[in-house]
Write a protein that binds this ligand. Structure first.
Ligand code: GAR
Length: 186
């Protein structure tokens, strides 16, 4: 798993594994932020963690870092790479190492509202419904083949925070189910 933030989606995958809903093992959690809570969740579970030093760049995911990560994940013989709130674009070194084996969760009904703070984009666009999407990752921004989606209505009194919170409830159901579906397609 790769994540930059709180790791609630990572936690939902841990929970699905523990509850027997997902026959999988998380072997490593990597983050680009030393203080990301996703790393703490992994440590509490005894899962290996790794910090990816992106050299102070805010958004760039340097190719040499991606090459090192690809090498490490190959050594660990991982089957799938799951992005969970990871805010940098994955490129060729990782994509080539794991073709059709990298998944991402995005907080909107793609292809609508790719990019950052998709819930805020939906609200500002006056959408009456939004949701979340799990998709295979390609070289574009949130553009890969869609695997599964869940709908979330936008309520008249929604704020960005209330809307994102309701989307996250659906994300935590959707992501483990989508990983299961991706595994069954192998
Ligand atoms: C989630 O809502 C996820 O969909 C979003 O970041 C949040 C991470 O939350 N990802 C993106 O916006 C990627 N474009 P989490 O750290 O609690 O799982």
């Amino acid at each position: 798993m790769l994540g930059s933030g709180s790791g609630s989606n990572c936690q939902s995958i841990f929970n699905a594994i523990d509850e027997g809903r997902l026959p999988a093992e998380v072997v490593i959690v990597l983050s680009d932020h030393a203080d990301a809570y996703i790393l703490e969740r992994a440590r509490q579970r005894g899962v290996r963690t790794e910090l990816m030093d992106c050299g102070g760049y805010r958004n760039k995911f340097p190719l040499e870092v991606q090459e090192r990560v690809a090498q490490l994940l190959r050594e660990l013989r991982v089957d799938f790479v799951c992005l969970a709130g990871f805010m940098r674009l994955v490129k060729e070194p990782l994509l080539a190492a794991f073709p059709k084996r990298i998944l991402n969760i995005h907080p909107a009904l793609l292809p609508a509202f790719p990019g950052v703070e998709a819930w805020r984009q939906a609200l500002e666009a006056g959408a009456t419904q939004t949701g979340c999407t799990v998709h295979y990752v390609d070289a574009g921004m949130d553009s890969g083949e869609i695997l599964m989606q869940a709908f979330v209505p936008v309520l008249p009194d929604d704020t960005p925070e209330t809307l994102h919170a309701r989307i996250q409830v659906q994300e935590h159901i959707l992501y483990p189910a989508a990983i299961l579906s991706a595994l069954s397609r192998l």
